[in-house]
Design a protein around this ligand. Structure first.
Ligand code: URA
Length: 243
Protein backbone atom coordinates (compact mmCIF):
# COMPACT_ATOMS: atom_id res chain seq x y z
CA UNK A 1 0.00 0.00 0.00
CA UNK A 2 1.20 3.49 -0.83
CA UNK A 3 2.93 5.28 2.08
CA UNK A 4 1.14 8.23 3.64
CA UNK A 5 2.83 11.59 3.89
CA UNK A 6 3.65 12.71 7.43
CA UNK A 7 0.78 14.78 8.76
CA UNK A 8 0.42 17.44 11.41
CA UNK A 9 -0.48 16.03 14.80
CA UNK A 10 -3.52 18.27 15.24
CA UNK A 11 -4.97 17.09 11.94
CA UNK A 12 -4.02 13.49 12.52
CA UNK A 13 -5.30 13.18 16.07
CA UNK A 14 -8.48 15.13 15.36
CA UNK A 15 -9.21 12.83 12.42
CA UNK A 16 -10.09 10.08 14.90
CA UNK A 17 -13.12 12.20 15.82
CA UNK A 18 -12.30 12.00 19.54
CA UNK A 19 -10.92 15.53 19.89
CA UNK A 20 -11.17 18.77 17.98
CA UNK A 21 -8.00 20.37 16.67
CA UNK A 22 -8.18 22.93 19.43
CA UNK A 23 -8.41 20.17 22.03
CA UNK A 24 -5.43 18.44 20.45
CA UNK A 25 -3.36 21.60 20.83
CA UNK A 26 -4.29 21.63 24.51
CA UNK A 27 -3.41 17.94 24.88
CA UNK A 28 -0.01 18.62 23.36
CA UNK A 29 0.54 21.65 25.58
CA UNK A 30 -0.19 19.52 28.62
CA UNK A 31 2.30 16.88 27.51
CA UNK A 32 -0.36 14.22 27.06
CA UNK A 33 0.71 13.29 23.52
CA UNK A 34 3.85 11.29 22.79
CA UNK A 35 5.38 10.37 19.45
CA UNK A 36 7.73 7.41 19.51
CA UNK A 37 8.11 7.77 23.25
CA UNK A 38 8.87 11.51 23.27
CA UNK A 39 6.35 14.15 24.36
CA UNK A 40 5.19 16.07 21.29
CA UNK A 41 6.46 19.64 21.33
CA UNK A 42 3.93 21.21 19.04
CA UNK A 43 0.61 20.25 17.49
CA UNK A 44 2.15 21.31 14.20
CA UNK A 45 4.83 18.60 14.40
CA UNK A 46 4.42 16.02 11.67
CA UNK A 47 4.33 12.26 11.99
CA UNK A 48 3.54 9.28 9.82
CA UNK A 49 0.46 7.78 11.49
CA UNK A 50 1.17 4.32 10.13
CA UNK A 51 4.71 3.98 11.35
CA UNK A 52 5.05 6.31 14.36
CA UNK A 53 3.77 5.27 17.78
CA UNK A 54 1.42 8.10 18.72
CA UNK A 55 -0.07 7.87 22.19
CA UNK A 56 -2.55 10.09 23.98
CA UNK A 57 -2.47 9.59 27.74
CA UNK A 58 -0.46 6.46 27.06
CA UNK A 59 -3.18 4.98 24.82
CA UNK A 60 -2.59 4.22 21.13
CA UNK A 61 -4.44 6.61 18.88
CA UNK A 62 -6.26 3.95 16.89
CA UNK A 63 -5.56 5.80 13.65
CA UNK A 64 -7.09 4.43 10.49
CA UNK A 65 -6.27 5.49 6.99
CA UNK A 66 -9.94 5.50 6.07
CA UNK A 67 -12.92 6.45 8.12
CA UNK A 68 -16.00 4.25 8.29
CA UNK A 69 -19.01 5.42 10.25
CA UNK A 70 -22.39 3.93 10.98
CA UNK A 71 -25.08 6.57 11.15
CA UNK A 72 -28.59 6.06 12.41
CA UNK A 73 -30.19 8.32 9.84
CA UNK A 74 -33.21 10.29 10.94
CA UNK A 75 -36.02 11.29 8.59
CA UNK A 76 -35.68 14.74 7.05
CA UNK A 77 -32.02 14.66 6.02
CA UNK A 78 -30.67 13.91 2.58
CA UNK A 79 -28.17 11.13 1.83
CA UNK A 80 -25.92 13.49 -0.06
CA UNK A 81 -22.71 15.36 0.56
CA UNK A 82 -24.10 18.72 -0.39
CA UNK A 83 -27.45 19.95 -1.38
CA UNK A 84 -28.70 23.46 -1.75
CA UNK A 85 -32.15 22.33 -0.72
CA UNK A 86 -31.59 21.13 2.78
CA UNK A 87 -29.75 19.40 5.53
CA UNK A 88 -27.58 16.44 4.55
CA UNK A 89 -26.24 13.54 6.58
CA UNK A 90 -22.86 15.30 6.70
CA UNK A 91 -24.47 18.08 8.71
CA UNK A 92 -24.95 15.53 11.49
CA UNK A 93 -21.19 15.06 11.90
CA UNK A 94 -18.68 17.16 13.82
CA UNK A 95 -16.53 19.48 11.76
CA UNK A 96 -13.40 17.33 12.04
CA UNK A 97 -15.19 14.49 10.32
CA UNK A 98 -16.88 16.72 7.75
CA UNK A 99 -13.42 17.69 6.53
CA UNK A 100 -12.52 14.12 5.61
CA UNK A 101 -14.29 13.77 2.30
CA UNK A 102 -16.87 11.32 3.64
CA UNK A 103 -19.79 10.27 1.49
CA UNK A 104 -22.79 8.00 2.07
CA UNK A 105 -22.46 4.40 0.89
CA UNK A 106 -25.63 4.28 -1.18
CA UNK A 107 -28.70 6.35 -0.58
CA UNK A 108 -31.71 6.32 1.62
CA UNK A 109 -34.70 8.50 0.76
CA UNK A 110 -35.13 11.69 2.75
CA UNK A 111 -37.93 10.15 4.81
CA UNK A 112 -36.19 6.78 5.32
CA UNK A 113 -34.44 6.16 8.62
CA UNK A 114 -31.84 3.74 9.87
CA UNK A 115 -28.50 2.29 8.89
CA UNK A 116 -26.36 4.39 6.62
CA UNK A 117 -22.62 3.93 6.24
CA UNK A 118 -20.35 6.86 5.55
CA UNK A 119 -16.79 6.53 4.42
CA UNK A 120 -13.96 8.07 2.45
CA UNK A 121 -12.74 4.70 1.17
CA UNK A 122 -14.02 4.79 -2.40
CA UNK A 123 -12.81 1.36 -3.51
CA UNK A 124 -14.52 -0.67 -0.80
CA UNK A 125 -17.63 1.51 -0.86
CA UNK A 126 -18.10 1.02 -4.58
CA UNK A 127 -17.45 -2.70 -4.29
CA UNK A 128 -20.18 -2.95 -1.63
CA UNK A 129 -22.61 -1.10 -3.86
CA UNK A 130 -21.73 -2.93 -7.03
CA UNK A 131 -24.81 -4.64 -8.50
CA UNK A 132 -22.62 -7.71 -9.05
CA UNK A 133 -22.07 -8.26 -5.33
CA UNK A 134 -25.73 -8.49 -4.35
CA UNK A 135 -25.10 -7.38 -0.78
CA UNK A 136 -28.32 -7.93 1.20
CA UNK A 137 -30.11 -4.86 2.48
CA UNK A 138 -32.85 -5.44 5.02
CA UNK A 139 -35.63 -2.92 5.63
CA UNK A 140 -38.38 -2.74 8.18
CA UNK A 141 -41.50 -1.29 6.59
CA UNK A 142 -44.93 -0.37 7.79
CA UNK A 143 -47.33 -0.30 4.91
CA UNK A 144 -50.97 0.68 4.41
CA UNK A 145 -52.52 -2.58 3.33
CA UNK A 146 -52.77 -6.26 4.12
CA UNK A 147 -49.64 -8.11 3.06
CA UNK A 148 -49.97 -11.85 2.99
CA UNK A 149 -48.54 -15.11 1.72
CA UNK A 150 -49.35 -14.27 -1.94
CA UNK A 151 -47.23 -11.14 -1.64
CA UNK A 152 -44.39 -13.10 -0.09
CA UNK A 153 -44.46 -15.49 -3.01
CA UNK A 154 -44.69 -12.71 -5.59
CA UNK A 155 -41.61 -10.98 -4.16
CA UNK A 156 -39.75 -14.27 -3.92
CA UNK A 157 -40.44 -14.89 -7.61
CA UNK A 158 -39.24 -11.39 -8.59
CA UNK A 159 -41.71 -8.57 -9.21
CA UNK A 160 -42.01 -6.67 -12.45
CA UNK A 161 -43.00 -3.09 -11.72
CA UNK A 162 -45.30 -0.92 -13.83
CA UNK A 163 -42.40 0.84 -15.52
CA UNK A 164 -41.00 -2.54 -16.58
CA UNK A 165 -38.31 -2.80 -13.89
CA UNK A 166 -37.70 -6.47 -13.24
CA UNK A 167 -36.73 -6.89 -9.59
CA UNK A 168 -34.47 -9.63 -8.34
CA UNK A 169 -36.16 -12.13 -6.03
CA UNK A 170 -36.66 -10.51 -2.63
CA UNK A 171 -37.53 -11.93 0.76
CA UNK A 172 -40.65 -10.73 2.54
CA UNK A 173 -41.13 -11.63 6.17
CA UNK A 174 -44.53 -10.61 7.42
CA UNK A 175 -44.42 -9.49 11.05
CA UNK A 176 -48.03 -8.34 11.33
CA UNK A 177 -50.78 -8.27 8.74
CA UNK A 178 -53.89 -6.12 8.93
CA UNK A 179 -55.13 -2.79 7.67
CA UNK A 180 -51.54 -1.82 8.06
CA UNK A 181 -48.84 -4.45 7.88
CA UNK A 182 -45.33 -4.62 9.24
CA UNK A 183 -42.72 -6.49 7.28
CA UNK A 184 -39.03 -7.10 6.89
CA UNK A 185 -37.97 -7.00 3.29
CA UNK A 186 -34.57 -8.12 2.03
CA UNK A 187 -33.29 -6.78 -1.27
CA UNK A 188 -30.12 -7.68 -3.07
CA UNK A 189 -30.14 -4.54 -5.18
CA UNK A 190 -30.95 -0.90 -4.60
CA UNK A 191 -32.98 0.76 -7.29
CA UNK A 192 -34.55 4.18 -6.80
CA UNK A 193 -37.42 4.03 -4.23
CA UNK A 194 -37.34 0.29 -4.64
CA UNK A 195 -39.05 -0.87 -1.46
CA UNK A 196 -41.73 1.78 -1.81
CA UNK A 197 -42.36 0.86 -5.42
CA UNK A 198 -42.46 -2.87 -4.72
CA UNK A 199 -44.89 -2.63 -1.84
CA UNK A 200 -47.04 -0.09 -3.70
CA UNK A 201 -47.19 -2.59 -6.56
CA UNK A 202 -48.69 -5.06 -4.08
CA UNK A 203 -51.30 -2.50 -3.02
CA UNK A 204 -49.59 -1.57 0.25
CA UNK A 205 -47.96 1.87 0.06
CA UNK A 206 -45.15 2.39 2.54
CA UNK A 207 -45.95 4.55 5.56
CA UNK A 208 -42.61 4.18 7.27
CA UNK A 209 -39.27 2.74 6.20
CA UNK A 210 -36.11 1.96 8.11
CA UNK A 211 -32.97 0.13 6.98
CA UNK A 212 -31.96 -2.34 9.67
CA UNK A 213 -29.15 -4.29 8.05
CA UNK A 214 -26.63 -4.05 5.23
CA UNK A 215 -24.64 -7.21 4.53
CA UNK A 216 -23.31 -8.34 7.88
CA UNK A 217 -23.84 -4.99 9.57
CA UNK A 218 -26.87 -4.54 11.80
CA UNK A 219 -28.15 -1.13 12.79
CA UNK A 220 -26.76 -0.50 16.26
CA UNK A 221 -29.88 0.06 18.34
CA UNK A 222 -27.92 1.85 21.01
CA UNK A 223 -27.34 4.71 18.56
CA UNK A 224 -29.99 7.38 18.91
CA UNK A 225 -31.48 8.70 15.66
CA UNK A 226 -29.07 11.18 14.17
CA UNK A 227 -26.09 9.72 16.05
CA UNK A 228 -23.11 7.90 14.56
CA UNK A 229 -20.20 5.78 15.65
CA UNK A 230 -17.03 4.40 14.08
CA UNK A 231 -17.19 0.84 12.80
CA UNK A 232 -15.24 -1.58 14.97
CA UNK A 233 -12.29 -3.59 13.67
CA UNK A 234 -14.49 -6.66 13.67
CA UNK A 235 -17.18 -4.95 11.61
CA UNK A 236 -14.54 -3.74 9.16
CA UNK A 237 -13.24 -7.29 8.77
CA UNK A 238 -16.73 -8.55 8.03
CA UNK A 239 -17.28 -5.83 5.43
CA UNK A 240 -14.06 -6.68 3.68
CA UNK A 241 -14.97 -10.34 3.49
CA UNK A 242 -18.18 -9.42 1.68
CA UNK A 243 -16.34 -8.10 -1.34
N1 URA B 1 -36.20 1.67 -0.85
C1 URA B 1 -36.91 2.81 -0.82
O1 URA B 1 -37.98 2.90 -1.37
N2 URA B 1 -36.39 3.85 -0.16
C2 URA B 1 -35.21 3.81 0.49
O2 URA B 1 -34.80 4.80 1.10
C3 URA B 1 -34.50 2.61 0.45
C4 URA B 1 -35.01 1.54 -0.23
Amino acid sequence: MERLKPQRLDKLIASTGKWTRREVRELVRRGRVTVDGQPARSAEDKADPETASILVDGQPLGYRRYTWLMLNKPAGVLSATEDGRGKTVLDLLPQELRRQGLFPVGRLDKDTEGLLLLTNEGGLAHALLSPKRHVDKVYYARAAGRLAEADRRALAAGLTLEDGLVCLPARLEILTSGETSEVLITLREGKFHQVKRMLAARGAPVLYLERVRMGSLELDRSLPRGAFRFLTEEEMEKLRTLV
